[in-house]
Design a protein around this ligand. Sequence first.
Ligand SMILES: Nc1nc2c(ncn2[C@@H]2O[C@H](COP(=O)(O)OP(=O)(O)O)[C@@H](O)[C@H]2O)c(=O)[nH]1
Ligand SMILES: [Mg+2]
Length: 411
Amino acid sequence: MAVANTAVGKSKNKAITGRSKVPKPKPLKKLSPEPTSATTRMITYSIDTKIIFSVCAFFLFFELSMNAKNNAQLQYKNRLKERQASFQSEELVKGILAHDRLALASALTLLESNKAEHIQVMDEVIERILPYTGNSLRIGITGVPGVGKSTFIEALAREVFKTPENKLAVLSIDPSSPISKGSILGDKTRMNELSLHPNAFVRPSPSSSHLGGVNRSTRESILLCEAAGYNIVLVETVGVGQSETAVHAMTDFFLLLMLAGAGDQLQGIKRGIMELTDAMVITKADSGNELKAEKAKGEYTSALHLFPQRENNWIPQVFTTSSLEAKGIDAVWSEIDKFHRWSVSNGWKEENRKRQLVSSFEEQIHQVLLHQLQSKPQFQEKYASTLNRVLSKELSAHRAAESFIALFFSA
Ligand SMILES: Nc1nc2c(ncn2[C@@H]2O[C@H](COP(=O)(O)OP(=O)(O)O)[C@@H](O)[C@H]2O)c(=O)[nH]1
Ligand SMILES: [Mg+2]
């Protein structure tokens, strides 16, 4: 179109100059033909391409800037979380070392959490309080539900507090019943009377929190209590399942509570647990039950003699008690105290603690390894296929485990 306009303009100028012979006006240059459809397509195409390019560039720029912004935000949030975590762990450590009950309670709550940031905080806290741990007598108490553990602990605490400097922490492992979805330790877990004592700290221990289960969380709960100034830490556990062996592996003195006349079978007490006890207590020796309790004491004393001698040469005794009538509790406490002084003076306490740490370390290796394997995306599939080969008798369990682990280490 621009070309056509110029032609018209030139012929007009010549007419104005007034020359004699007015030249025939040149025929107007033929307007260039209407663009063909191919040209239209080309132009449209080039315009489209430009538009597309610009749009793409815009979106690319937008995306990049958004990404950069998001990354910056994420980094900021992570830095903030880290700072909050270290701030939180700093506060907790300070509080615990200042023997502040609230700080101890908060730390124990965080131990129960599965949130990554809480795990990070608690890992930091545990590491920092470690130098202030270990200076306590750790007592494990086990027995079937209803045997009277919680009531016994309250009665024992009265003995403990006859020495005013004593500070007692009670951790109750309460494996909530999977059927009733409720606590099987019941209301007594709270130990209301004991909880009110200024030198006592009562707390249900997380039965299984993050990586490591009962063992790790209870062990770390014990450490927290020690760092918070408790010189006696008592762990109550139900004598069913695995928790009593776990508790034995983290305490210095292990006490088994039994009912008179209920029968070992009924009480679900395995021979293995009797082998672990440092003392046995026949509970509820009152209300006409005294003779039965004395008889049970004799039977269990003979039964304990049948076990091979302990590596530490300690001879476990059997006691009868009534927590309600405060009978026999003082004898049990003085036995525990005697054991403690004896095991400190002959080095057994230290040796046993060392062994416990070694097995705890080995156990954690298994746990961490398993956790890392489980976090691999192919874990489920490979696990199922390898297990099938074991079930179909194609592979032995040992070979299967080796090849299963190799799958992940070679990847
Ligand atoms: N007669 C009598 N009853 C007791 C004694 N100790 C505990 N009990 C009762 O036994 C029941 C279970 O006690 P508890 O301490 O909660 O047992 P846990 O489940 O082993 O902790 C409660 O009703 C107590 O009152 C005792 O020494 N004598
Ligand atoms: Mg109880």
